[in-house]
Design a protein around this ligand. Structure first.
Ligand code: G3H
Ligand code: 13P
Ligand code: ZN
Length: 309
């Protein structure tokens, strides 16, 4: 069943767990996630980025997500726009079945971010759609802009309060030390997230917080990719214990894309290598889909959302 995140987040905050927001780009990813959510009886957020729309097309993705909802009536599914670039993209999604949109104004000045976010909130709320805003800048790739190491900025709690008051956003993506992609921390680094800041923001804004760039870059996938001919080197993500910890400090939505990519790439490489005579694409795409299901089930356990439908 398609739903907004309002009630799901309320329950998650109260129960100190989070809902996984998984990036979707094709049929196998959507089916893989839904199978995991079904087995774990967990709510789930299916989110669509600009890259996903470019790759698969908005209409195909919408129809696939509608099929996921029809096939899984007992599972609450939030259909979410990830990193909405401008008002027009958000409006298009609000008008076309999304139940939640993110307007990512973090690349703009504070004043412009406030104005843009408020404009999206006003339109979205008039249509019963909820909005995620972003304040602070994550390092790594965002909106096709590379934010270099050292150029990110953590979310300021007082500014977050002002932002939420002025815009009326329903949830807020915060920068507390995570980043997008597979290379979040140096291999020899001791990863740290600023949970104190996260708690301070949560206490002030009193709306659910969102953690972007939250993949753990599971080393078993990296090792498998490399064992079967790949060359993914020096990549380290957010330790899963820290993801669990974040759910105790006001984080109700945890974004995961990179771990899906790694799981599928590892399974595809393995299947192709082990079956050199195979050219039935369903065999390796099926293996990739199963890998997504297993990875999603594991994440649901880390996030604590099993059985919370
Ligand atoms: O936050 C970004 C997501 O990982 C989506 O990436 O634009 O390559 O689909 P993408
Ligand atoms: P990862 O690259 O850590 O999976 O983050 C994804 C994300 O934040 C999507 O918005
Ligand atoms: Zn993101």
């Amino acid at each position: 069943m398609l739903t907004t995140s309002t009630e799901l987040f309320k329950k998650a905050i109260a129960g100190k767990y989070a809902i996984g927001a998984f990036n979707v780009n094709n049929l196998e990813i959507i089916q893989g996630i839904m199978e995991g959510a079904k087995e774990k009886q967990s709510p789930v957020i299916l989110q669509v980025s600009a890259g996903a729309r470019k790759y698969a097309g908005s209409l195909y993705l919408r129809r696939l997500i509608e099929a996921a909802a029809e096939g899984n009536p007992e599972i609450p599914i939030v259909f979410h726009l990830d990193h909405g670039e401008d008002f027009e993209v958000c409006k298009d999604c609000i008008d076309n079945g999304f139940t939640s949109v993110m307007i990512d104004g973090s690349k703009h000045s504070y004043e412009d971010n406030v104005a843009l976010t408020k404009k999206v909130v006003d339109y979205a709320h008039s249509k019963g759609v909820v909005v995620e805003g972003e304040l602070g800048r994550l390092e790594g790739m965002e909106d096709n802009i590379k934010v270099e190491a050292g150029q990110g900025s953590y979310t300021d709690p007082q500014q977050a309060l002002d932002f939420v008051k002025k815009t009326g956003v329903d949830s807020l993506a915060v920068a507390i030390g995570t980043s997008h992609g597979a290379y979040k921390f140096a291999m020899d680094a001791n990863p740290k997230l600023d949970f104190e800041r996260c708690q301070a923001i949560s206490d002030l804004v009193k709306i659910p917080l969102v953690l972007h760039g939250a993949s753990s870059v599971l080393q078993n996938f990296v090792e498998e990719i490399n064992a079967y001919g790949g060359a993914v080197k020096g990549s380290k993500g957010v330790p899963e214990a820290m993801i669990s910890e974040a759910t105790k400090h006001g984080v109700a939505k945890v974004n995961i894309d990179t771990d899906i990519r790694l799981a599928m790439t590892a399974a595809t490489r393995k299947s192709l290598k082990e079956n050199p005579d195979n050219f039935d694409v369903r065999k390796f795409l099926g293996a990739a889909r199963t890998a997504v299901t297993e990875m999603v089930k594991h994440k649901i356990d880390i996030l604590g959302s099993a059985g919370k439908i």
